[in-house]
Design a protein around this ligand. Sequence first.
Ligand code: URP
Ligand code: ZN
Ligand code: ZN
Length: 462
Amino acid sequence: MRTLIKNGTIVTTEGEFIADLLIENGKISQIGNNIPASDAEQIDARDKYVLPGGVDQHVHFSFEFKGARVKGFEHSNAAAIGGTTTVIEFVNQEKGKGLIESIDKYKAEFAEGIAMVDYAFHGVATESNEQLWKDIPNLPEAGYPTMKLFMAYKGLPIHADDEMILKSMQLAKECGVTIMTHCENADLINLLQQQLVDQGKVEPYGHVLSRPPLVEVEATERAISIAKLAEAPLFIVHVTTKGAVDAIKKARSEGYPIFGETCTHYLLLDKENLAKANFEGAKYVCSPALRDEADRNYLWKSIRNNWLQVVSSDHCGFDFATDKHLGKDDFRDIPNGAPGLENRLGLLWTYGVEKGRISRQDLVRLFSTAPAKVNGIDYVKGSLEVGKDADVVIYNPQGEYTISAESSLQGTDYNSFEGFVQKGRVETVFLRGQKIVDDSTFVGEQGQGNFIKGKPFGLAYH
Ligand code: URP
Ligand code: ZN
Ligand code: ZN
């Protein structure tokens, strides 16, 4: 099957130009002017932008928090209509097992035959057992070359201590596995939480008060120190605050391979949302906590200047009415995380490009190219280049739309960006040459997403 996207503005990390793009056998086969392909399906992209399909490297389709579990791959069509064609999911190491067996099992049960976009996995180390240490050198072979460690969440099975982080890094660097850390000081948070609860402060805003920027900055600096000790690269996920960005910047300026991402909610949502009445603040409970305007401005500057390399959604599909209400009487029991998979491109376009905070070239880099490189899938994903998978988004910059849970495919009963105005829309999306979004409507099929093997020695090693 051949498809010719005609006269669109092709956007790359380096520039943009008007051209035709030919798709053949699921791959981009030509980019140029007046490509002769009269037998191909013709799509007019005049006055529209042609972008590489997004890679969302921070998605939770299996996250559990004190008995609540997020919605999974059955809602991955939300990624598609938001212009994301590959998601990378965090899979926990199961108790008594290693990482490879845990991910293989999750893949077979919860992703294959269900996913509506392509997908890859990060392992989450939860238990320091023999199999974990045996598995790390074999992660690249299995196609899982990235691994997350949670410095936060004391008392939950996912928490990892410094010893576990150092040992993981020592093994990982030998085989090109990229270690990712969630940087928050779990002990400090635990004490601050207890003190608030003892004072009767059990409302959602306690989440903000118990997770001030310094608990993130301290853990970020510690993770960087551990990486220096291990002489290993490090990728820090969901960076939210100036102090943490500065720690990463400083380390990199000294020659250490330390990189990071932020997420759409940290760029756009204020911590005061957690003070909303009627328990509405619980909708905004995510970790690290939301910050203030000064931090948000600094994050925009950081992504423009490549101090942080990636913008992810950190999508976590909990419902408000049920899941979030588990913490009705104690903010510590509110499941952490917020949905946002569907809105990453529309938000970056509207509040980044349209507001002049980032260029379209930056957008492509942050939304697609850099996350593909971080995760070793850039051999097929992340850019509009001949020979790569034909994961292509046509973005129509005309029109204004209002984000709402009602019209969303995320499957959650709320949207963190409810009421936000979006300029333009994702009009058409191709996944390996198959049209999966047409006129902003999902037209793909369940199960059409493929597992994409990641290769080791991703961007953090360069
Ligand atoms: O609050 C968040 N981000 N929940 C998801 C788990 C995590 O820490 O990434
Ligand atoms: Zn995290
Ligand atoms: Zn997360």
